[in-house]
Design a protein around this ligand. Structure first.
Ligand code: ARG
Length: 471
């Protein structure tokens, strides 16, 4: 018993039975971690090179292993080699394939290494690449919003608080608010990348190794910024994954808020925009319908990303050090987060680029709802009335206008004078909506000149980020 050769497995020596079928399929992760194949091989190549340099295996053995790993990678890329669904995980699969091809030498690759430091390394390498890709998409979305903002520096719309018309702004100004959110998201991706970019390889199962390995060399080979400081932490740390999902969650929050506004604005009630046919759908029963499904689904998918964040935090809570199988749950959470955010960004960019903006509707809405009332109060202040008094006075005038069915600019001067002798014929100048926007030249504000400056700053920032290396 136990003496006959079993199919290649990473362990099994101390076992007298095979894993039960249902247990194996429950435990195996190849179905989803196969997407780490490049990074697994990349890590193994660096490890083998180090083993050879340090004389832990001979340089010839290292070369044979590296050549074979490169061949496996090539064949996987070309689809000539497919994943064995019965393999335990991607790490077992690659090693089994190596041993199948070069025999005993292949069995030396795992010297001074454990799957615990191996999986953490592959995962970090993978996440590093995906963060860069997501970062690029965020920059593209910012660019798309900026382009629309440039076209609409003078497109006046009502700004809202409590979803009630508040003060006039421009469509450009509103879009630039999203640019700021996305800019923070991008910075958070960069910041998170910094902590992802640390090398766990060399930590072994948890307690390092008795072999004279060179961790700095491996970290350099893999482009990591530094070697992880503690071997126990290195194999049990998934903070970087939680952090990534948090950054993704907040990014989704921002996409979802914009999605919600697009849904509102494309309703007949607002009628501010029209989403291109290519990014909407119809109804199976109501022939007139054009539904903002893409925006709705972006809003909807935000929930699953939040779910992954809570799921992974919960996996970590209460886990004793160091590696525990629970940690395998990190993969699907992170992979689905990456896929979801990528899908959302990729569909959102062209949707923004193709939006039709209904300028006259926006302007008409800005003219309703007394959005110039603050400007009237400011007029009184400039004539020496205290702001509190001016506020109360204009409140009364608004009430009077409401009872008369009039706008502020439609009320004759004589009636204004009944409220205060301070009012003069120049009061009408402050009520013009485009003037209200024009005069709000606060840095970061809605005035076209301020928006122009913001756009310039953003362009410089974009250029700087595009040129900034990740490593
Ligand atoms: N598939 C495992 C994971 O993703 C790899 C690490 C396995 N290590 C172990 N000691 N069982 O976490």
């Amino acid at each position: 018993m136990g003496s006959q050769e079993r199919p290649f497995k990473l362990w099994g020596g101390r076992f007298q039975k095979e894993t039960a079928g249902e247990a194996a399929s429950f435990l195996n992760s190849i179905s989803f971690d196969c997407r780490l194949y490049r990074e697994d091989i990349q890590g193994s190549i660096a490890h083998a090179r180090m083993l050879g340099r340090q004389g832990i295996i001979t340089p010839k053995e290292a070369e044979a292993i590296i050549n074979c790993l490169q061949e496996i990678l090539r064949e996987l890329e070309e689809g000539k080699l497919t994943f064995d669904p019965a393999a335990e995980d991607i790490h077992s699969f690659v090693e089994a394939e190596l041993v199948k091809r070069i025999g005993e030498v292949g069995k030396k690759l795992h010297t001074a290494r454990s799957r615990n430091d191996q999986v953490a390394t592959s995962f970090r390498l993978y996440l590093r690449k995906e963060i860069q890709f997501l970062g690029e998409l965020v920059l593209q979305l910012i660019s798309a919003l900026m382009k629309r903002a440039r076209e609409h520096k003078r497109t006046i719309m009502p700004g809202y608080t409590h979803l009630q018309r508040a003060q006039p702004v421009t469509f450009a100004h509103h879009l630039l608010a999203y640019c700021e959110m996305l800019r923070r998201d991008y910075q958070r991706l960069r910041d998170c990348y910094h902590r992802v970019n640390v090398c766990p390889l060399g930590s072994g199962a948890l307690a390092g190794t008795t072999f004279p390995i060179d961790r700095e060399f491996v970290a350099r080979e893999l482009g990591f910024r530094e070697v992880a400081g503690n071997t126990i932490d290195a194999v049990s740390d998934r903070d970087f994954a939680v952090e990534f999902i948090f950054v993704a969650s907040l990014l989704m929050t921002h996409l979802s808020r914009l999605a919600e506004e697009l849904v509102l604005w494309s309703s007949s009630e607002f009628n501010f925009i029209e989403i291109d046919d290519a990014y909407t759908t119809g109804s199976s029963i109501m022939p007139q319908k054009k539904n903002p499904d893409v925006a709705e689904l972006v809003r909807g998918k935000t929930g699953r990303v939040y779910g992954h964040l809570v799921a992974l935090l919960t996996v970590l809570k209460g886990l004793p050090l160091a590696y525990n199988k629970d940690l395998q749950e990190d993969k699907e959470a992170v992979f689905d987060t990456i896929d979801t955010v990528k899908d959302c960004l990729q569909v959102f960019i062209p949707l923004i680029e193709t939006l039709t903006v209904k300028e006259s509707q926006m302007l008409a809405a800005a003219g309703e709802g007394f959005t110039n009332a603050t400007d009237l109060a400011d007029y009184l202040v400039k004539k020496g009335v205290s702001f509190r008094k001016a506020h109360a006075l204009v409140g009364k005038i608004v009430l009077h206008c409401l009872s008369q069915g009039k706008r502020l600019e439609e009320l004759p001067l004589e009636e204004y004078r009944l409220f205060s002798p301070v009012f003069g014929p120049d009061l009408y100048d402050c009520l013009d909506i485009s003037g209200c926007v024009e005069r709000r030249a606060t840095p970061g504000g809605p005035a076209p000149a301020a928006v122009e400056q913001e756009l310039e700053k953003l362009s410089d920032w974009l250029e700087e980020m595009r040129a900034l290396p990740w490593n």
